[in-house]
Ligand binder design. Structure first.
Ligand SMILES: Cc1cc2nc3c(=O)[nH]c(=O)nc-3n(C[C@H](O)[C@H](O)[C@H](O)COP(=O)(O)O)c2cc1C
Length: 334
């Protein structure tokens, strides 16, 4: 049963994908409570503020997207002292919430003991988090965290969640898979239930919530109503508003592929000031691929048609053809 208070919907951190322009366009669609940036990798040096501003230009705009949605800054690292120092730099650069990444599956990150690898050592997770909390709490800055269920298995999931809570985080997002499970469906929402029951801080469920039906099943299985959406945000940015409406027993607008293609075209124009043509073309291909689980064959055909294109004008033409091929609703049916 959905509790009577409003569910919260967060926009996930996605390195190389959910950057400033994508956050801008997605949060513009409504229903989003906060975003988390791509991770800032912390090693042993003190990073200059410009690194934080590059990943999170919103730091200079009171940490809000142009539509007023708060943006939290994510750090990834394994050394408590460097994490604490860099969290302070992030706050001086404007961060208002610091999020810690305990889920990254990338080999290079895990080889250096960061990301999901840390989940094999709950004491270390606690030490890193406590160092960051101690560094920024006196400045009035909350610390949140995002974890996977574990590295190779989920046996330490509860220990890690309790360690994070004990260290002083104010909320936790759980991507309901281990590092080994990667991004392979299903997400194990039932494991979130166990963690949420044991914790007193708010818990957000994350992983494989593609539709309103998935959301309802996730709530039923996990008992958690707050969610974070990653790939879905790109495949269906209107799901956030649909979740909110559904919780109030209301219906909201249906998601339509042409509207999404329209957003992609908008992204290309806005991204023109920020990224090279090669990057823009590559991002659109990546975006089209992420539509497949939500939009099926139609999206796959578009991806296949796009994947060998080289220039922006070819990509724009293809997106335009996809738009033209989708039957428009009849005016009298609107
Ligand atoms: C391309 C890509 C980049 C990601 N980058 C990050 C990241 O920087 N920090 C993080 O905590 N999670 C990252 N994630 C994980 C997502 O935030 C999310 O947990 C995962 O995609 C599962 O949620 P979803 O099924 O809604 O996509 C990334 C995922 C993908 C696919």
């Amino acid at each position: 049963m959905i509790p009577s208070n409003q569910p919260r919907v967060a926009l996930a951190p996605m390195e190389g994908v959910l950057e400033e322009t994508a956050r801008h366009l997605i949060t513009q669609q409504g229903g989003w409570d906060f975003c988390v940036t791509e991770f800032v990798r912390v090693s042993h040096e003190r990073l200059p503020p410009k690194v934080f501003h590059r990943i999170c230009p919103e730091l200079k705009q009171a940490c809000l997207t142009p539509f007023g949605v708060p943006v939290h800054l994510q750090l990834l690292g394994s050394d408590p002292e460097s994490m604490a120092v860099n969290a302070q730099v992030a706050v001086q650069a404007g961060a208002q919430v610091v999020d810690l990444n305990f889920g990254c599956p990338a080999k290079i990150v895990n080889r250096h003991g960061g990301g999901a690898r840390l989940l094999t050592e709950p004491d270390r997770v606690q030490a890193i988090t406590a160092a960051v909390v101690e560094a920024v709490r006196p400045l009035g800055i909350p610390v949140t965290a995002k974890m996977r269920l574990g590295y190779e298995d989920a046996s330490l999931a509860l220990d890690n969640a309790l360690a994070l809570q004990a260290a002083g985080i104010s909320q936790l997002v759980v991507h309901a898979r281990t590092k080994t499970q990667g991004y392979k469906p299903p997400a194990h929402w039932e494991r979130i239930a166990e963690l949420a029951e044991a914790l007193t801080i708010p818990v957000f469920a994350n992983g494989e919530i593609w539709t309103l039906e998935d959301y309802r099943r996730c709530v039923a299985v996990s008992g958690v109503q707050d969610v974070m959406l990653g790939r879905t945000a790109l495949a269906d940015p209107w799901l956030a508003v649909q979740i909110k409406a559904d919780a109030q027993g209301l219906e909201s607008r249906t998601s339509r592929l042409p509207d999404l293609i329209g957003l992609m075209l908008q992204w290309m124009v806005m991204g023109g000031q920020l990224y090279t043509e090669r990057v823009r073309v590559m991002r659109i291909k990546q975006w089209l691929l992420m539509l497949v689980p939500r939009w099926g064959e139609e999206a796959r055909r578009s991806f296949e048609a796009c994947k060998r294109l080289q220039t922006e004008s070819e990509v724009i033409q293809l997106l335009q053809e996809v738009l033209d091929a989708v039957p428009r609703p009849r005016e009298d049916a609107l």
